[in-house]
Design a protein around this ligand. Structure first.
Ligand SMILES: [Zn+2]
Length: 458
């Protein structure tokens, strides 16, 4: 397309990318949503059993596994590092945890499900009565077979999460409580991967990678970010693309605090979360509300032939809260299917491998690629023959495809591009105003450029 210089891409390591696919439109053309979704699902399944948190070996292990899909680098930031108003916490690791009854049976067992431990629990080993234990137990009485997901990152305490049925089966008596964890100075770990494009202008793709065995929130986002990075690394792109797999909140705060010099280069950004369930798409706009990424996502979703909703920014949710804080104010929106807190399985053990599906993951990835196409190919142009319509037939641009529906559509796209290319409207404006999908408008612009009818206005 317009900014592609060759079929080969120079990757960030300085070597020519293996098996470069050339243009993004070719990737989209060849895209098999089911196959791509199955690849993403394979990642979700592989990472599902690992006990992640905002720090610790679970995050490292997860990031190392993702390196098989995207060549991300692990970054380590020491505990105690000051990051804006926050401090990088101590590192948490856990080996085992259980509650044993008097018969020595594990009635609650971390080995069966890592959600059983209040994430970031300090170590404990003692005997106590059920009454003494109860303030440390968390259940969901309304869904008695589900284990809640709870954390206590910034207040040192311990606890267990269990099903209401487990709790009800626990009689009075003495229990042996053990959490074999450590909370010590160490590091916060995150994953980063940057693809160098033709320019240093960046698109930021960020997801939180701190939840333990939970699939939609957010193994789906982790897997889709990795697949997206894997697909884009072999493509010739105008923008550079930066991918972050970070612990929620403290991760984005840490990254922003340590990379302030880079921020002016970030032109567009998306936080990915909850992209594996079968609900309709949801897009949460950036704080600015009318950023190019906002218009791009809404345009793509309007043409995805599915229901979708666009929500205005609120200062609650995922890491867009930090990216869109007033002193940072990046054009970063949040791409989701069913949003956080809006599905019953959210933050429970029922957010499992049955909630996400390969087809939903594949469809999410496809829409994201289309958004990337808009961001990467959008531009402003001048019609170089603005006094009345140029004669398209003479240039082989009119009725060359036998009057098919496709030909009529591409002619219509060319007429729109010619009419609105006055240096004021970009291709996305033209797509939105004409109701023609961006890809069609971009193709028309390419044909017009080729014919010498369109010149860049930027
Ligand atoms: Zn969450």
């Amino acid at each position: 397309m317009s900014f592609i210089k060759s079929n080969e891409n120079i990757s960030d390591s300085g070597k020519r990318a293996e098996g470069a696919s050339g243009a993004l439109c070719n990737v989209l053309h060849r895209f098999d949503a089911q196959e791509q979704g199955e690849e993403a699902y394979r990642i979700v399944r592989e990472l599902y059993p690992i006990c992640r948190s905002i720090t610790g070996d679970g995050v490292r292990q997860s990031l190392c596994l993702l390196q098989g899909t995207a060549p991300l680098e692990l970054r380590e930031v020491s505990s105690g590092t000051q990051v804006f108003d926050w401090t990088v916490p101590k590192e948490w690791n856990i080996r085992d945890a259980y509650i044993k009854n008097e018969a020595g049976e594990r009635v609650v067992d971390f080995q069966r499900c890592n959600l059983h431990v209040l994430n970031y629990s300090v170590p404990v080993r003692q005997k106590m009565s059920l009454k003494e234990l109860k303030p440390h137990l968390f259940t969901l009485p309304e869904t008695p077979d589900w284990i809640p997901y709870r954390t206590s990152y910034y207040r040192e305490t311990w606890g267990f999460c269990l099903t209401q049925r487990q709790l009800e089966s626990m009689g009075d008596g003495q229990y042996e409580v053990s959490i074999d964890s450590t909370l010590e100075p160490g590091h916060l770990t995150y994953g980063e991967y940057r693809i160098q494009g033709a320019t240093d202008d960046e698109v930021l793709i960020s997801c939180h990678a701190c939840h333990p065995s939970l699939c939609n929130d957010n193994l789906s986002g982790i897997a889709i970010a990795a697949r997206l990075a894997g697909l884009l690394k072999a493509v010739s792109l105008r923008h550079s693309y930066r991918f972050l797999w970070i612990p929620g909140t403290i991760g984005s705060i840490t990254w922003l605090a340590m990379n302030e010099a880079i921020l002016p280069r970030i032109r567009h950004g998306l936080v990915l979360s909850c992209v594996g369930d079968s609900g309709p798409f949801t897009y949460k706009r950036s704080r600015r509300g009318d950023a190019e990424v906002d218009r791009a996502v809404e345009h793509v979703l309007l043409h995805c032939e599915r229901e979708f909703q666009a929500l205005d920014f609120t200062p609650y949710g995922y890491d867009e809260r930090q990216y869109c804080s007033p002193g940072i104010n990046l054009p970063v929106g949040c791409f989701m299917r069913t949003p956080n807190g809006r599905y019953p399985q959210y933050h429970t053990s029922a957010d499992d491998l049955s909630l996400v599906t390969p087809s939903s993951l594949g469809e999410s990835l496809l829409q994201l690629l289309r958004v990337i196409q808009v961001l990467d190919e959008n531009g402003r142009y001048f019609n170089l023959n603005p006094k009345c319509e140029p004669q398209l037939g003479r240039r082989g641009l009119y009725r060359q495809m036998g009057g098919t529906k496709d030909a009529a559509a591409s002619e219509m796209a060319m007429l729109w591009v010619l009419n609105l290319s006055d240096g004021e409207h970009d291709l996305l404006d033209i797509a939105i105003r004409s109701g023609i999908p961006f890809a069609e408008v971009s193709r028309a612009a390419d044909a017009l450029k080729e014919a010498g009818l369109l010149g860049s206005a930027s």
